[in-house]
Design a protein around this ligand. Structure first.
Ligand SMILES: NC(=O)C1=CN([C@@H]2O[C@H](COP(=O)(O)OP(=O)(O)OC[C@H]3O[C@@H](n4cnc5c(N)ncnc54)[C@H](O)[C@@H]3O)[C@@H](O)[C@H]2O)C=CC1
Ligand SMILES: O=C(O)[C@@H]1CCC=N1
Length: 265
């Protein structure tokens, strides 16, 4: 068990993915966490896993040293309001998209050390991508603990806060775009006669293997593409079809749209 307890405000998609990912590792146990959610469903899901729950955000803050804010951007002000007077001297880790640390500090008006983090849902299977904000007010021990928490369930990267919006556009939302790509690959294969379950398996493992090659061998993505595309072969036919459909332009526009939205939130 850790010396510090982590309280999670909002046990939804992301809060539960982080928590369930972390308690599935050797580094953390259920006793290291507590949860509060305004809805009974998420509270019951946490309790069913043996995670302790508090009866309010204020009580959760009193019981924990580090508070992970994992509510939707539109609920952040209300959640922070309910913590007022209970955060002094604590660490607040916010995963809320588009909510700058300065705004959080102004909302709580207390002596709180703040860290922004941009996570993603593959945390649930310990393959998350976490961008941690290097402009923060944590002490060395807290930075070590946060690095330990997030690297137990994925890869971490420290970036200045001005780059968190683009990280939100790329890795925060990326699982949705990747899942759409996998679905589209599978649809294409189903059209060509492959059974659907087999098509999902082939598509997902192909994305997993390609990602692993890029991360492990550091091969340039363009070199990997060239390695597969034989002259006059099958793959270059597919590459041409993707380019005709504006594939790269669409993907670049997707990241632009998501980044701009994060800036607007
Ligand atoms: N879902 C994702 O893939 C990612 C989400 N994020 C960020 O994570 C945050 C949470 O997103 P999701 O988990 O998708 O949302 P969600 O809607 O699945 O979960 C939010 C939870 O917060 C609870 N909640 C709302 N107001 C509350 C309050 N005042 N006190 C306590 N609990 C409260 C809700 O009942 C809900 O269970 C968002 O700010 C989002 O920007 C960041 C990266 C990826
Ligand atoms: O779209 C959303 O609200 C969140 C932020 C990052 C990924 N998903």
């Amino acid at each position: 068990m850790l010396k510090k307890r982590i309280g999670v405000i909002g046990y939804g998609n992301m809060g539960s993915a982080i928590l369930r990912g972390a308690i599935g590792t050797d580094a953390f146990s259920k006793e290291d966490f507590a949860v509060y959610d305004i809805l009974s469903g998420p509270m019951k899901r946490a309790e069913d896993l043996g995670i302790s729950t508090a009866d309010s955000n204020a009580r959760l803050c009193d019981e924990c040293d580090i508070i992970l804010l994992a509510v939707k951007p539109q609920n952040a002000a209300e959640a922070l309001e309910s913590c007022k007077g209970h955060l002094k001297g604590k660490v607040l880790v916010s995963i809320v998209a588009g909510l700058w640390a300065e705004r959080i500090a102004a909302m709580i008006d207390e002596n709180v050390r703040i860290l922004r983090v941009m996570p993603n849902t593959p945390a649930l299977v310990s393959e998350g991508m976490f961008v941690l904000c290097s402009d923060n007010t944590l002490n060395e021990e807290e930075i070590t603990l946060m690095s330990q928490l997030f690297s137990s369930i994925g890869i971490i990267e420290w970036l200045p806060e001005k780059l968190i919006d683009v990280a939100c556009g790329l890795s925060g939302g990326g699982p949705a775009y990747t899942a759409m790509f996998i679905e589209a690959l599978a649809d294409g294969a189903v059209k060509q006669g492959l059974p659907r379950d087999t098509a999902y398996k082939l598509a997902a493992q192909t994305c997993l293997g390609t990602s692993k090659m890029i991360l492990d061998t550091k091969i340039h993505p363009g070199a990997l593409k060239d390695m597969v595309s034989s002259p006059g072969g099958t793959t270059i036919e597919g590459v041409e079809a993707l380019e005709k459909g504006g594939f790269r332009y669409s993907v670049m526009n997707c990241i632009k749209a998501a980044t701009e939205k994060s800036k607007e939130l």
